[in-house]
Design a protein around this ligand. Structure first.
Ligand code: DC
Length: 225
């Protein structure tokens, strides 16, 4: 069993890179942001203010979240419905960020995340994986890149999905979200003390994946047996 924690701000390429590493190592990729997005989606549908701690806390008992893996792809079910790409919009990013600052939401999602890591060898990405979810991970990486580079990647991703967005808006929203995520009281997005910082501003996808595989080789005994 191996546990790899990947944290970092939006647009650093955490999910694409982690997916690639998971495929190469034959382990499970867990996208924890999708869980916060799912709660955000439900809150949005209920027309609740995502910053209203009491109102959001009150509806958590109505939510059942299940996670399944099909051919390496993660599917998140909200009360039985596979949400697919509905949670991948800029609006859902903001809802996810807002609800993720609420302690009862983090507590609600904690066990789901820990349980997946107990049952599988995982590479898990998020904001508090190395600090809270997997404090004893075999390898912790804090993945980042310049703000412009991260916004450009996010912009390209959204355009490829057919969403009409402006680069300036993507950059502004990304900076707002980073500030909100890294300055919240609970589990702020930050590198664990023992995390290795990887700035992939100048690296493409393959190079980023290889950089992490090299760290797995160097820092863990995954390839030893
Ligand atoms: O990784 P992402 O963009 O899908 O995450 C959406 C939001 O969820 C992000 O703005 C902050 C929050 N999040 C978090 O607080 N902790 C995590 N482990 C993952 C995501």
């Amino acid at each position: 069993m191996i546990q790899i924690a990947i944290d970092g701000p939006g647009g650093a390429g955490k999910s694409t890179i982690s997916k690639g590493v998971a495929a190469k190592l034959g382990i499970v990729y867990v996208d924890t942001g999708a869980l916060y997005r799912t709660v955000g989606y439900y809150v949005r549908n209920k027309e609740i203010d995502p910053h209203d701690r009491d109102a959001v806390g009150a509806i958590l008992p109505e939510i059942s979240i299940e996670v399944a893996y099909v051919d390496g792809a993660q599917h998140v079910f909200l009360n039985g419905e596979d949400l697919g790409d509905k949670i991948r919009t800029p609006e859902m990013s903001m809802y996810a960020s807002a609800v993720s600052a609420i302690p009862s939401v983090r507590a609600f999602l904690l066990e789901t995340q820990k349980e997946i890591a107990r049952k599988n060898s995982v590479i898990m990405d998020g904001r508090d994986i190395g600090t809270v979810i997997l404090p004893n991970a075999d390898l912790k990486v804090y993945l980042t890149a310049s703000a412009e580079c991260r916004a450009k990647r996010r912009y390209d991703e959204l355009i490829a999905k057919g969403q009409s967005v402006r680069f300036e808006d993507v950059l502004r929203e990304m900076n707002e979200r980073d500030t909100q995520d890294s300055t919240r009281e609970i589990a702020p997005a930050q590198a664990a003390e023992d995390a290795i910082l990887l700035d992939n501003t100048g690296l493409n996808l393959e190079e980023s994946i290889d950089a992490i595989i090299a760290l797995v080789r160097e820092k863990t005994d995954f390839f030893a047996n």
